[in-house]
Ligand binder design. Structure first.
Ligand code: GTP
Ligand code: MG
Length: 185
């Protein structure tokens, strides 16, 4: 009989304030969504168990405040990260442009605490373009091609378009996050 081993995977979710990081996590873990905005303070995590092939995996998902400056999060936050999810809002150009900054800052912080791979392009990231439901898609300003191009030129980062509100692609995105993290573990 195959031995059952539980694997803990740490995932860090980053992105501008208001893009829907907390909402995506709430939808994924609690199947709940609220239109009310409550800014995240500091950083906290939720966990979800899932089965990937033979492996029982505990996904530990760290939510952060988009308003917070990076440095204040501290080394403990990044230590042991297996995957980093970068979230933007397809209706807000600035949140897409800032992916570059979040990506670089994560790598810089990871490097500072000595967990960085020699080639930054090999650290597993995933990009989520959220809120595709807004106005039936008519208010989006970042095309899927533009986002996919950015992902392709930054080490072939997997890309998902999601709606935390409609629960669209949320399970799929987090499953890919888990698989990506597992491959890095
Ligand atoms: P910070 O904690 O400040 O970093 O923000 P956040 O990224 O956690 O955003 P949050 O999940 O709090 O969502 C911000 C607002 O956007 C809330 O009012 C949510 O209801 C709304 N929202 C989040 N996801 C979606 C979505 O997929 N569609 C729509 N229409 N609204 C969304
Ligand atoms: Mg939040």
């Amino acid at each position: 009989m195959a031995t059952r081993r539980r694997t803990l995977l740490k995932v860090i979710v980053l992105g501008d304030s208001g893009v829907g990081k907390t909402s995506l996590m709430n939808q994924y873990v609690h199947k709940k969504f609220s239109m009310q905005y409550k800014a995240t303070i500091g950083a906290d995590f939720v966990t979800k168990e899932l089965q990937i092939g033979e492996k029982l995996v505990t996904l530990q998902i760290w939510d952060t405040a988009g308003q917070e400056r990076f440095q204040s999060l501290g080394a403990a936050f990044y230590r042991g990260a297996d995957c980093c999810a970068l979230v933007y809002d397809v209706n807000v150009l600035r949140s897409f442009d800032n992916l570059e900054t979040w990506h670089e800052e994560f790598l810089k912080q990871a490097w500072n605490i000595g967990m960085c791979p020699s080639d930054p392009k090999t650290f597993p990231f995933i990009v989520l373009g959220n809120k595709i439901d807004v106005d039936g898609g008519s208010s989006r300003v970042v095309s899927d091609k533009k986002a996919a191009d950015w992902c392709a030129s930054n080490g072939n980062i997997p890309y998902f378009e999601t709606s935390a509100k409609d629960d669209f692609n949320v399970d799929e995105a987090f499953l890919t996050i888990a698989k990506t993290a597992l491959a890095n573990e």
